[in-house]
Design a protein around this ligand. Structure first.
Ligand code: HMG
Ligand code: MG
Length: 309
């Protein structure tokens, strides 16, 4: 029996957060629905971040309301939260879904995000690495109290658009701190798509090392996820090496949309995520299983690409 690999589609969040055009909430809801039909394991629906920082996702609560009825069994819905205020918004959404629709938990997971580079941390979250991690100290236990799993993103795992190369140990140190605070999952973000199989291998090894022997608070063993952007066409090679090293969870974006607005420089726009179609194909060609319905994923990808055409 071949191993099953988990796929999270981040197109409604990472895919739309840096676009000039603000996509109407109903169109985002349609995207979530199409991606859900493709049978991904998780959908990163939106972010509860400051609308001053990311106006494109200022409708997170409204979007969750629109996708409440269609959620169905088996899929995990998640959202980014940068601070306690963001978590409170997520908890409020769940409370409303429970009271109005009898849904036990609409949002299953919240994702905190830190970086392995100081310059990116300041640009993206207006705080040093230390300051940003401190914001999660009370947040993670409160999320657990409300039955929410916590994903801990680490950005710039290979290179930062401002500070240059990042060492695997710097990534590992942030990983350890997230795990010490109770994160249930580490998500390694190659924010600008700089990774190659050679540069990503030591980072994955470092993260696996930091994960060893950890049991999370309420859920299974913490998992390791890889979040690749695909600037130079190396993302699928990185997926292959990650699979060889034992990684069984990946993020992709329908239509290959994506990019962090705070990772763009004067000369380079932040690149899109690996497309979920390419991700799925790479995983299957490497001999692993996914839950994806390929025809439905094709439809979702066409729709996603059309949103920004
Ligand atoms: P700040 O300006 O230092 O925060 O930003 P503040 O506490 O001074 O608040 C500023 C204003 O935002 C205030 O409003 C707050 O109320 C409001 P005002 O009083 O001026 O009217 N505010 C909020 N509103 C709604 N929800 C909230 C919230 N928090 C504050 N949660 C902050 C600090 C972290 C809030 C800001 O920097 C921020 O929101 N950053 C988010 C940036 C972002 O979303 N980046 C993209 C996601 S990360 C990414 O893409 C990488 C990833 O894909 C992995 C990879 O590829 O590497 C995950
Ligand atoms: Mg990203």
């Amino acid at each position: 029996m071949t191993s099953r690999v988990r796929i999270t589609d981040v197109s409604p969040r990472d895919g739309l957060q840096a676009e000039k055009a603000i996509v109407p909430t109903v169109d985002k809801a349609r995207l979530v629905e199409l991606v859900r039909r493709a049978n991904v394991d998780e959908i990163e629906v939106s972010s509860f971040v400051s609308p001053k920082w990311v106006p494109q996702l200022g409708d997170a609560s409204g979007l969750f309301e629109l996708v409440t009825q269609s959620k169905g069994e088996g899929v995990c819905y998640s959202a980014l939260v940068p601070n306690m205020r963001g978590l409170e918004s997520a908890i409020e959404v769940n409370k409303r879904a429970r009271e109005q629709n009898g849904i036990e938990r609409l949002i299953d997971k919240v994702s905190v995000f830190a970086a392995a580079s100081e310059a990116f941390s300041l640009k993206n979250t207006n705080g040093t690495i230390d300051e940003v991690l401190k914001r999660f100290e009370g947040l993670i236990p409160l999320a657990h109290e409300h039955g929410l799993m916590v994903r801990g993103y680490i950005s710039c795992i290979v290179r930062c658009p401002f500070d240059g190369d990042v060492s695997p140990v710097a990534v590992g140190d942030v990983a350890s701190r997230l795990l010490d605070m109770g994160a249930d999952e580490l998500d390694l973000g190659d924010t600008i798509g700089a990774a190659t199989p050679e540069t990503i291998e030591p980072v994955i090894m470092e993260a696996i090392d930091r994960l060893e022997g950890r049991a999370s608070n309420d859920f299974d063993e913490p998992t390791l996820t890889l979040h690749l952007h695909d600037t130079f066409g190396h993302a699928s090679d990185c997926v292959r090496i990650a699979l060889e090293l034992g990684v069984r969870s990946f993020d992709g974006s329908a239509g290959g949309l994506g990019g962090c607005p705070y990772a763009s420089t004067e000369t380079a726009r932040a690149p899109g995520n690996i497309s979920t179609m390419l991700l799925n194909q790479t995983i299957r060609e490497a001999g692993f299983r996914t839950g994806i319905d390929e025809a439905a994923l094709f439809e979702a990808s066409e729709y996603a690409a059309g949103l920004l055409a």
